[in-house]
Design a protein around this ligand. Structure first.
Ligand code: ASP
Length: 342
């Protein structure tokens, strides 16, 4: 069998940072130096190509513009490679993985995002293992010769996750990510054990890169004492088309008149309201409690068990894909890339 070919795309993040001695902060450095620091990469039996984005960033500076650039690179290089490894800061890695999962429609090859909690040059770094295993997973094939993992994933600290199910939950430990509503796709020990029955099916259509994203998405997190009405006025006056409402528990919110009329005002102004729970595990069930039955009655949409990161990027993608309000609502409520359970 021919050697697998994998493209590394370096965007920045701790993995490639060095200490700025003058300022005492971490700043990104260039890709070549980073790859040279792990000579064993050459022993993997994978043909590795690498490129970096023009601007190497801390992922706190991530923008939809960079997602469009990344999706474009993957689209342009798609036929030449068996898989892709995106080196990325962990802070917004779940957002980028979610965005790419929507933008890369009919993806049949692995796009594995990874990074690290300690820079690659440090003796105790987690970067080497993360990068090497991400490359291995990106090169894996099934017995039919297809890529084994046809999805956008995050690989971090021995676990492979569906990217759009994850969130960063720990800023200090090596296992920085969780996927509470969907089990891991692979576990890495002595062997790489891929749970194939959990993977998305291989598409039977060609890749389509959706390279437009809408910025008409708003988000507001409920908290006791919140006065929603100034936010509603701001959303309406700025042309927001979809508001993600981060609710309590199984999709609950206050039942007072002020709150409910603010929600009703959004709906009457043709703003879609998308109910996503602040709880990281479990799902929205509008109507289970009185505290959510009015939301359902007003036509608030259910995000089921979607993550906040996936809800945001899905909304950016859906609003850019169609102007039809009914179709937008229908797309937001059903899984498109395995990002929600039902
Ligand atoms: N601030 C860094 C980033 O997200 C943290 C990391 O890479 O883990 O770029």
């Amino acid at each position: 069998m021919a050697q697998a070919k994998v493209l590394i795309i370096y965007t920045g993040g701790t993995i490639g940072m060095i200490r700025d001695e003058k300022k005492g902060t971490l700043k990104p450095f260039r890709l070549n130096r980073m790859i040279k620091s792990i000579p064993s990469i050459l022993d993997l039996g994978i043909e590795i190509h690498a490129m970096e984005l023009e601007e190497i960033i801390d992922s706190s500076n991530m923008t939809p513009k960079v997602w469009i650039e990344l999706a474009g690179i993957i689209g342009d290089q798609y036929e030449k490679f068996d898989g892709f490894v995106v080196l990325h800061g962990s802070d917004t890695m779940a957002h980028t993985a979610s965005a790419l999962s929507f933008m890369l429609e009919n993806l049949a090859k692995p796009v594995i995002l990874t990074g690290s909690q300690l820079p690659i040059g440090l003796p105790r770094t987690d970067a080497r293992e993360n990068l090497i295993t991400a490359l291995e997973i990106a090169s894996m094939k099934n017995p039919q010769g297809q890529s084994l993992v046809p999805e956008v994933c995050i690989y971090f600290e021995d676990q492979l996750y569906r990217g759009n199910r994850t969130y960063k939950f720990n800023s200090e430990n090596f296992d920085a990510f969780l996927s509470p509503n969907y089990p891991i796709l692979a576990e890495v020990g002595v062997k790489i054990e891929v749970f194939e029955h959990r993977l998305l099916p291989h598409p039977n259509k060609d890749l389509v890169v959706r390279n437009t994203l809408s910025n008409k998405v708003g988000m507001v997190q409920l908290f006791p004492g919140l006065d929603l009405s100034p936010f509603v006025d701001m959303f309406i006056s700025t042309g927001t088309e979809l508001v993600i409402l981060e609710t309590y528990g199984s999709g609950n919110g206050p039942t007072d008149k002020g709150f409910l009329s603010a929600i009703r005002k959004l709906v009457e102004n043709n703003v879609l309201v998308y109910n996503v729970t602040q709880c990281r595990q479990g799902h929205v069930q509008m109507g289970k409690y009185e505290a959510s039955s009015d939301l359902a009655r007003f036509g608030v949409l259910s995000g089921d068990d979607i993550t906040i990161e996936a809800a945001l990027t899905k909304a950016m993608y859906v609003l850019a894909s169609t102007d039809d309000t009914k179709e937008r609502a229908e797309l937001m409520e059903r899984p498109l890339r395995g990002e929600m359970s039902s």
